[in-house]
Design a protein. Sequence first.
Length: 158
Amino acid sequence: MSSLSRRQVLAAAPHVVAAGTLGKLANLAGAIAPETLRDPSENTRLWYRSPAEEWVEALPIGNGRLGGMLFGDVHHDRIQLNEGTVWAGGPHVYDNPDALGALPEIRRLIFGGKIPEAQELANHKFMSKPLGQLQYQTVGELELGFEKIEPIVSEYQR
């Protein structure tokens, strides 16, 4: 029986299940492909064979306040930037002035088993106005150009 670390077993488990080879742990070592025994962080990379052309193909980067979408290829990178304070519209108070007055009636309806009526009243009198948050807007785009590389690039990965 081969000696496997817990990390190796956990890293290999999805491959074992996918291959339909669940069995005794003693036989597990033979079912694990050698490439799955590497450092687990190696298996968390996303690789693409072509550059992102549309927003939905770009890769998000950032920390939640400052972020961007990464496009580009080997000759040109484009990062569409956004920042947490740049959004559509201006300063806005989302408070609904009718909320406090509607709360006792909403509670009465709920305790009376009239859930649809309570939901309807809450939607009109209790929820914020407007109901949704306004959208973030692009701060700008950072474009980086790189010298042409010869020969032509092959086996591209991003």
